[in-house]
Design a protein. Structure first.
Length: 312
């Protein structure tokens, strides 16, 4: 999770917007010589993406695709997120998988209440998972198994941040910070020349614990995303299970990586990379990040009961 520190020395030209979208919050701060209000335009972006990708809206495009509605013609938002997810799936060797939805729902990380998982249920659901079994042809999703479903939650918020940022840049606004659910894009700087400052959260003991800043990062013309296993989890039979599900086993990923923060040029891709790192664990995460150009990582991990940090 990210914490933003915002200070202004030119309030007449500063615009700020706060609200909720995709089951989380958004915060948009920008400096504009013309002091323009883009609130309606932001709302339009949020609504269009929600109508396309929301798993909580039964009339969204992705819900229609998941129930095999043959009348659906995909829009660019859906195609973009599909392509990001497939790129991430290939890079991770299948640890990142946008078809993991049936498992996500069964474990209780979806819009439905989870069930008590057994090896038999896990094995059954795994038959509906596999990114190589789905593709886009002629503007439609084609699945090998009609029971397969898609889930772009590991991309959508970062993608939304990028679309808001692209809109601001198209209007000649060069100095802004966009934060959608902790997926952040920073461009330019503040009027006094200061860079944007973003806090990386210290891993918490549980989802209700107070937020404490572990590290402060200064950003200019970069995006930053953190993924962690300490706030999103379910408990069954006294054991805590992370929301990072390994599609090859059907069970939550278990490793010593507590959080992964990615800094790069694109928020959607940072979102994907952070999720990949949490799935594959520390050693493999370092290897993957080293294959990426213009990408930095900050890892918080546990070893022998102690917590450590590492820049990569």
């Amino acid at each position: 999770m990210m914490c933003c520190f915002l200070m202004s020395c030119d309030s007449e030209k500063k615009q700020q917007f706060f609200g909720t979208t995709q089951g989380s919050y958004y915060s948009i701060t920008y400096y504009d010589k013309e002091n323009r209000d883009f609130g309606r335009e932001f709302d339009s972006v949020f609504v269009e993406i929600e109508k396309t990708l929301s798993l909580w809206d039964e009339n969204s495009m992705i819900r229609k695709v998941n129930r095999n509605d043959t009348t659906v013609i995909l829009n660019q938002i859906f195609i973009d997120n599909f392509n990001y997810a497939m790129r991430a799936a290939e890079l991770s060797g299948g640890y990142f998988d946008p078809t993991v939805g049936p498992l996500v729902a069964a474990w209780g990380f979806h819009y439905k209440e989870g069930m008590t998982m057994t090896p038999e249920i896990v094995d059954s659901l795994r038959q509906m998972v596999g990114y190589k079994k789905v593709k886009i042809e002629d503007g439609r999703v084609v699945k090998e198994n009609p029971n397969m479903t898609l889930d772009f939650n590991a991309v959508a918020q970062g993608y939304t941040t990028d679309k808001i940022g692209e809109f601001l840049l198209s209007k000649g606004v060069d100095n802004f910070l966009v934060d959608v659910g902790g997926e952040i894009m920073a461009r330019g700087n503040k009027p006094n020349g200061d860079l944007w400052k973003v806090g990386i959260e210290k891993p918490a003991e549980n989802k209700d614990a107070a937020r404490i800043v572990q590290e402060i990062v200064e950003l200019k013309d970069k995006s930053i995303v953190t993924s962690g296993n300490y706030r999103k989890y379910v408990e069954q039979d006294g054991k805590r299970y992370s929301h990072s599900l390994n599609p090859m086993t059907g069970y939550p990923s278990e490793n010593n990586l507590l959080s992964a923060t990615i800094i790069c040029d694109n928020t959607a891709w940072a979102d994907c990379l952070a999720s990949i790192c949490m799935l594959v664990g520390m050693e493999k995460a370092v290897e993957i990040i080293e294959t990426q150009d213009n990408v930095e990582a900050f890892f918080i991990y546990e070893e022998n009961g102690e917590v450590f940090t590492m820049y990569n």
